[in-house]
Write a protein that binds this ligand. Sequence first.
Ligand code: GLN
Length: 477
Amino acid sequence: MSLTNKSLAELSQLFRAGEVSSREITEAFITEIEAKDGDLNAFVTTTFDLAREQADSSDSRRDQGALLSPIDGMPITLKDIVCTTEVRTTASSNILRDFVSPYDATIWTKLKEAGAVLLGKVNTDEFTMGASTETSAFGVTRNPHDTERVAGGSSGGSASSVGANMCAASIGTDTGGSIRQPAHFCGCTGLKVSYGRVSRWGTIPMASSLDTVGPLAKTPEDCAMMLQVLAGHDPKDSTTPEKPVPDYLKTLNDPLKGMKIGVPKEYFIDGLDPEVAAVTNSAKEILRSLGAEVIDVSLPHSKYAVSVYYIVGPSEISANMARFDGLRFGTSEGEKDLQSIYEESREAGLGDEVKRRILIGTYALSAGYYDAYYRKAQKVRTLICDDFTKAFEHVDVLLAPVSPTPAFKVGGHGGDPLKMYLEDILTIPANLAGLPGLAVPMGTSKDGLPIGVQLISPGYTEERLLQVGHQMFNAVR
Ligand code: GLN
């Protein structure tokens, strides 16, 4: 029986039924990692000893009838910006190459309390800035469907580890598309949650008004299982409201009859790959056949989303990155004086993309430019939010492509940052508006590359996204 190609839900069922142990599942994934990760480079740090220990504990809990949750005993990976006391957390940056956090991220605490098994920490663009994992100080992560292509980013290690059957599920982060785009590239399901639904305490921040933490897994149902563990208020993260957490599995099969699905016409941009458009259109038909009504809607300001994001994002980045100065955080270089420590630590420790964003953000926030850039961007952000509010007066869920093309070749954007920024043209609006979005694998290109589609719904309605995604996904299986 091959275990590693099974979904989290299937593995959990086999484990709970006593047909397989967590140790056996864990060893099966370790074998896959040893066979494949030399080519894929999804892992920054493996934690096999810890995984075996955690798996054995799960097995004894099962024997005593004391399982902690449906994901007890299930092997996962964590994007390497989730702080863990057990092993280093690098943010895929040289400046944190040897950093071991003195505390655990809230979500890692929750996952441990649910009995999850950690196989390792996985690669990301440096400090999650990028869309291809090419800015990582630990080398690019490759796509399991074609190793000449990128896995996407910034959660490329998460998507590659799920897509290559090297774990049952993973944790990523999405600030502008970093869960959804890699999920689309690697043929997995990725959930960007509503802003504040999942605690970010202990995950290294990029842009604090946009950052979200969420699951990547094989199926929408698997994402629902993960979200059940992750979601909820955290007294340590004041952006997590005390809203009740629904039972995400209970409503997965509720009929879609009468549900209204809006298709934003602005998302069918010039340059959208015809195969990506075709898969999105086929998803419309599938939703119709499931009883939903599909109608066209307009989000007129979405064309400004990338411009707004690349002012607001870097502004917040420039503030968040100030702590990595070789003194408060980060490897210290230079000895002469404060100025030289700052300069040499940051010069040696940070890559070009991170430096570029610190510079852009510092500029946009500086006296004289603040009104022209930052304040104006915030005003346009409000218009983008208002577009969604108006659309959701008429529809329950939006359906759109995830990103303009399937996975591109390593080096395919030729080091051009502007080309890379356009990767997220269809994912950024949901981040600016704080809305949940789900990337669901729905097709394959003629070259055999996965193609996903994106669902977006009003804030704090993840259960609706997962319900639609689950049924749409099952219709093509
Ligand atoms: N690709 C986008 C960027 O480079 C999004 C990154 C993210 O979501 N972390 O900023």
